[in-house]
Design a protein around this ligand. Sequence first.
Ligand code: PLP
Length: 415
Amino acid sequence: MSIREWDQDAIRRDFPVLRREVNGRPLVYLDNAATSQKPVQVIAELTRYYRDYNANIHRGVHTLSQEATAAYEAVRDRVVAFIGARAPEEIVFTRNTTEAINLVAHAYGRAFLQPGDEVVITELEHHSNIVPWQLLRDERGVVLRYVPMLADGTLDMAEARRIIGPRTKLLAVTQMSNALGTIVPVAELAALAHQHGTVVLVDGAQSVPHLPTDVAALGADFLVFSAHKMLGPTGVGVLWARGELLEAMPPFLGGGDMILTVTMEHSTWNAVPHKFEAGTPNIADVIAFGAALDYLAALGMDAVCRHERELLGVALERLATVPGITLYGSADLDARGGVVSFGLEGIHPHDIGQVLDGAGVAIRAGHHCAQPVMQHYGIAATARVSFYLYNTLAEVDALVAAVHEAARFFGRVRV
Ligand code: PLP
């Protein structure tokens, strides 16, 4: 525990939505991999901006604009501290992880990758770390290769060592699978890639909200993540990049704020990171994201991770007792985050989700935007539970009881 003791009741009091009922039962929110809930501190910060100093940033001489600019830029500093970056110039605010990956595919990929160059991704990726590279392949003739996964949902590292080589110009890999919870050894992959001069992008959409992050230790060149999965508002993503890369890359979007000068003939670019933040950014939500970072930093990410791992261990053990259940993912708790993907024999995951919703338990059912993972198992979908810092062992009990109920209910319907 770092600054404050882990006080589960106090934490839950910070999240007003957790007090509500769904279908007459207390809400058990277990869809955190899709988006997290927001504490009062974040909601208050959002309201404070609109109430007290709403103004556009960077261009204003008046007090409100200067206050808004200072608050917005201060969040860049908090991101730097949160991920162990070196300087605020390395932090670009985007709309989300997806936009951050597209930014890299456009600005870095189109400028620095040649036909025949290889981009390596993995079978575990979310669609947002697949499709931008497929688009680049189709447009630029780069070769897209996949490191396969093994049956337990871990990456085939022997294949990774075979596939990543001198032709690999970019490796883009998730640090945690949203579909299975697998934690990928990205530092090892990055070290391997760097032996060949390969640039490494880490998709931290699932890892940064749940694990301590240190970009230097990761060995990444780009790291991307979304505020909304880590207690912050929707509409804010982060691209961290090594400063030299941002300097070398051409802009992604053109418009206001990203320029230094514009004539009718041509334009020159603003300094990084502003070169990559065209137009009015999502000022209010970036500022509120600062409160989310403060909240997580005060708890300590080691403590967050420990808490979720405890819930995961109990959930896996108890769910294994449900008749007809298949649990996907690694049995090694150190190799996975707080995600449980499962199926019940003969029952569509959407039906599981429906029965659980009836019991107030919110989970996700579907392909989780990771269809290659589903294809690996020859299934269309799974039911997915994902934990966060406000979840409790009592909620694991409610989950397990509801899954038993689903198994019984559909078992009865079938006969
Ligand atoms: N990458 C991973 C691993 C994810 O889990 C997600 C979202 O679920 C994304 C990328 C995309 O995030 P966003 O929808 O915030 O852009």
